[in-house]
Design a protein. Structure first.
Length: 508
């Protein structure tokens, strides 16, 4: 938007890092009002801006902070004072009113406060920003991994990336900005610079339907499992904060899952009996030059690092830390710093110009897909019943991308994200992908198996009750319809005469 010639490279699909693996909460700032006032001020300022420029990506659920039986009753007074000091609007309401709004809430809560929390669809936001950037002339290269940062003496001159087919792409730039979240230290090291980012793992679990209609936070110092977020058709409980060595290698433990279930039970009695769909995790980029013992103690505010001042290396900036809900401000600060390096004074306009699809400033409404479906009930095949994905919308998304995986399509249109976790829609989607992208049978089979394996990772740690029955049914569907365990994954080759009739084992 400032008229620079720009290229974005991302090693996977867009929003496959922490963005796309987070809680989906557009913070009011209440969570940080006591512990991290700077982060609280940033959150509320950006909450207001994003409601103005990205309304289509936001559901205005509102939020509650409630004092549950396990919380320190004194904290509520500190909370309300912190909100006042940081400009976070918070209003106390009677407990009876809170229970009227959220009938499933723990009836033993003692205080309740209303705040302007909301929920935000990360994938939609990221793709809409990408669309806007492209319309302003940016080039976006997903599936391009930075493998080197190039230098000419003490000046960074760009990067070398490895593309989807292994080809190397060199990009020369006057300014290179690393916006690589928990991976910022690795990218900085490629330029012989030093950035210390503490990766903090957090896990989340989605229930099969909404247990609450507004975001429910415990009114307490940030702790594990203290927020329940209603997003789209599900509720998400989270999260934890555990330091990990490597943002690419970490695991979710049974103890963490049990901890989330117990935490959910405290907010909404009966939570442990609710049907849980899947569990996933993400890694916070926590920036701190001098590491504290606990990742929870690191500020959630962001930092722009100019490596000329820090490491004597020019033309290279790192933006890290922060929250999803402060992404626009982070971008503004990073581009301000880049503009300064380039000697440009063009002002930032991202706080004022709405993103595509948000010009009318109408928030996303739960039920909007259903309303659209009602209009096209008899005209168009429904591919995903849980998330109401129409065939036309799916084909459009397939055609728009050069080589989408089924997981990319899942993120783009929420395919297979509901209670059946792909059981009823994925074999259909694979057939359509096969047709639209002219895949070979082996390529289509590989696409399906890759999707099923990826999904399984998040499903199996939680399997019990109805979701276990569902997983068994899904298994029968895939075995029965496609004999999925024996799909040929390579193109058939002609057998030599002598081998004809020899039994070959199934591919593994
Ligand atoms: C469990 C959890 C819950 C959270 N909940 C919330 C919330 O409710 N609300 C909120 O506002 N924030 C929340 N956050 C924080 C928020 O999600 C993150 O701060 C934010 O998404 C980070 O964005 P980022 O762009 O800095 O990093 P990322 O989204 O991780 O982006 C960095 C990208 O760099 C890419 N990359 C890495 N190495 C390379 C390479 N060599 N070449 C090319 N690309 C590379 C990665 O693939 C990645 O996509 C949460 C975080 C966690 C972990």
């Amino acid at each position: 938007m400032r008229g620079f010639s720009t290229v974005l490279v991302e090693r996977g699909d867009l929003a496959t890092g922490t963005t796309g693996r987070f809680h989906g909460l557009l913070h009011s700032g209440g969570r940080y009002a006591v512990k991290d006032p700077q982060a609280a001020r940033e959150c509320i300022a950006e909450n207001v801006v994003l409601r103005r420029i990205a309304a289509d990506c936001i559901e205005d659920t509102g939020g509650l902070f409630v004092t549950t039986p396990i919380d320190d009753p004194q904290y509520a007074d500190r909370f309300i004072a912190g909100c006042r000091d940081t400009g976070v609007p918070a209003e106390e309401i009677p407990v009876a009113e809170a229970l009227r709004r959220e009938p499933r809430l723990n009836p033993r809560i003692t205080r309740a406060f209303v705040v302007p929390d909301a929920t935000v669809d990360a994938w939609k936001t990221v793709w809409t920003c990408a669309r806007s950037a492209t319309e302003h002339g940016a080039r976006i290269l997903p599936y391009h991994e930075v493998i080197a940062v190039t230098r000419d003496g003490d000046q960074v001159t760009g990067i070398i990336a490895r593309g989807p087919d292994g080809e190397q792409v060199q990009i020369r730039a006057q300014v290179t900005v690393s916006a690589s979240g928990a991976w910022a230290g690795r990218i900085a090291a490629m330029a012989d610079c030093r950035v210390q980012v503490l990766p903090g793992k957090g896990i989340m679990m989605a229930s099969s339907h909404r247990l609450v209609q507004s975001v429910v936070n415990r009114c307490e110092m940030p702790a594990d499992g203290d927020i329940l977020v209603p997003i789209r058709t599900v509720s998400v409980i989270g999260t934890t904060d555990t330091p990990v060595e490597d943002p690419d290698h970490w695991a979710i433990t049974q103890a963490e899952i049990d901890q989330m279930l117990e935490a959910g039970e405290n907010l909404v009695p009966g939570f442990t009996a609710a049907r849980m769909l899947r569990v996933w995790g993400g890694v916070r980029p926590l920036f701190q030059d001098h590491a504290p013992a606990e990742t929870r103690d690191v500020t959630r505010a962001h930092a722009v690092l100019d490596h000329r001042a820090r490491d004597g290396v020019g033309g290279f900036l790192t933006i890290t830390g922060g929250k999803f809900c402060t992404f626009r401000l982070m971008a503004q600060d990073a581009v301000d710093a880049a503009a300064e390096v380039l000697g440009s004074t063009r002002p930032c306009r991202t706080a004022d110009e709405p993103l595509p699809d948000s010009q009318e400033r109408r928030f996303y409404q739960l039920g909007s897909r259903l309303a659209e479906r009602e209009r096209t009930l008899t005209d168009e095949q429904l591919i995903c019943e849980c998330e109401l994905v129409r065939r036309g919308r799916l084909e459009e998304e397939m055609a728009r991308r050069p080589a989408p995986s089924l997981d990319d399509l899942r993120r783009a249109v929420r395919l297979g994200m509901g209670p059946c976790q792909g059981g009823f829609c994925m074999f259909r989607a694979t057939g359509i992908l096969h047709q639209v992208k002219h895949l070979s049978a082996a390529e289509a089979s590989r696409a399906l198996l890759a999707f099923l394996e990826e999904r399984w990772k998040g499903v199996y740690p939680l399997l019990h009750g109805d979701q276990l029955r569902q997983a068994r049914l899904d298994d029968w569907i895939f075995q029965g319809v496609l004999d999925v365990e024996h799909l040929p994954l390579t193109a058939p080759t002609r057998q030599p005469e002598s081998a004809a009739g020899t039994a070959t084992g199934p591919p593994t």
